[in-house]
Write a protein that binds this ligand. Structure first.
Ligand SMILES: [Zn+2]
Length: 376
């Protein structure tokens, strides 16, 4: 296990830096890499040699740059490493296989029985992982690990599901360790909303730094990107947006409070009134924008995907009408292009980010399953 685990992370911060720059951009030369990374050309040459030897980068033709001999271009080898991403919904289990660029190569989806237990979930997960690995040629030493996106509240740092709202039998469950033991692979666990945010940020890059990702599935929550970082809060409990109160004395919610955004939104949907559901959501999103000053709101989840135009139009209108000075405080509202794969792809991005040395939990998983990317 240790030998395999050693292949799962980059050798140092600078290796991760260089690989990350190549991933995010077009093929580039060693000189360009030195310019963008701030490293010396000599250091870049050594790092690139290592990354080529590990199969992560490849030379791809050359480009004339004025006088002197043409410079060799480098690009990422997407098929050099893989990760699995899992979305546990209350009624469905989705597993995707992604390559090192984060592209979804294949997916396996199965129904989860109501009241599924930790043991039955881990068994179903092992089956779907087997299905995907059977269909795709993924050598053990190229599979970085498994990310799991699960409903909160949970503890990302310790991989423990605290209490999954509306699921019984899920109280302080060490899901990360249970899954790692059953799969024999490194596992990371995070809230569905956080990994969805991570997936969107991975795709957008650049100036996408202040965003809220509103996930409206069977539950309702938000992933937050603040100053370019996924914001989890002190106990991974940030973004419990669905359980903020919109109506004092309103209907009781599964969380124990009353008049929450989630219960108002879901009740309207249950009555077939999508427009009212979206009005509720839009008002709550306007509050969120006022609180955090994000300039992007991304919508995802099954409810959104069933009527994307109604959701994006309604939330856009609510934000425009309810935020003062929309000319100045403009907010881009969109539906995530990742569709049904959003959370699963994001869970895989969690593993890729660890490989690239980003967004690591401060306490890495124990038991020989560490995904640590580098000593800091
Ligand atoms: Zn609630």
């Amino acid at each position: 296990m240790d030998g395999v685990a050693n292949l799962r992370f980059l050798r140092g911060y600078n290796d991760a830096l260089v690989l990350g720059i190549v991933r995010a951009g077009q093929p580039m030369t060693r000189v360009e890499l030195a310019g963008r990374s701030g490293l010396t050309p000599q250091a870049v040459s050594k790092i690139v040699a290592r990354l080529i030897a590990d199969g992560l980068l490849v030379e791809t033709g050359s480009r004339n740059v004025g006088v002197g001999k043409p410079r060799t271009m480098l690009r990422l080898v997407p098929g050099s490493r893989f990760a699995l991403g899992v979305h546990v919904e209350r009624d469905e289990l989705r597993v995707v296989l992604v390559d090192l660029s984060g592209s979804v190569l294949d997916r396996a989806v199965t129904v989860l029985a109501p009241e599924f237990t930790p043991d039955s979930l881990v068994e179903a997960l092992a089956e779907q992982v087997q299905v995907l690995r059977g269909r795709n040629d993924v050598p053990d030493d190229r599979l970085l690990g498994v990310g799991v996106g699960f409903v909160g509240p949970l503890d990302h740092f310790n991989g423990v599901v605290r209490d999954a709202t509306s699921l019984t039998g899920w109280h302080d469950v060490p899901l990360r360790d249970l899954a790692a033991r059953r799969l024999g692979l490194p596992v990371l666990v995070d809230k569905d909303t956080n990994v969805a945010m991570a997936a969107e940020a991975w795709c957008r890059g650049g100036d996408f730094r202040h965003a809220a990702l509103v996930l409206a599935g069977t539950g309702l929550g938000a992933g937050l990107l603040l100053d370019g970082q996924v914001h989890r809060g002190a106990r991974t409990n940030a973004g419990e947006f669905g359980h903020t109160t919109l109506q004092i004395g309103g209907p009781p919610c599964a969380c124990g409070r009353a008049g929450c955004v989630e219960v108002l939104h879901n009740s309207a949907l249950a009555e077939g009134d999508v427009h009212h559901a979206v009005t509720v959501l839009g008002t709550a999103v306007a509050d969120l924008v006022q609180l955090l000053d994000v300039d992007h709101v991304v919508l995802g989840g099954k409810s959104v995907l069933s009527s994307p135009e109604v959701y994006v139009g309604g939330v856009r209108d609510a934000v425009r009408e309810q935020i003062p000075r929309p000319d100045w405080l403009s907010v881009d509202v969109s539906v995530s292009p990742l569709g049904q794969d959003l959370v699963a792809a994001g869970a895989a991005v969690l593993v890729l980010s660890a490989f690239y040395g980003r967004n690591l939990p401060s306490q890495v998983p124990t038991g020989g399953t560490a995904l640590a990317a580098h000593p800091t």
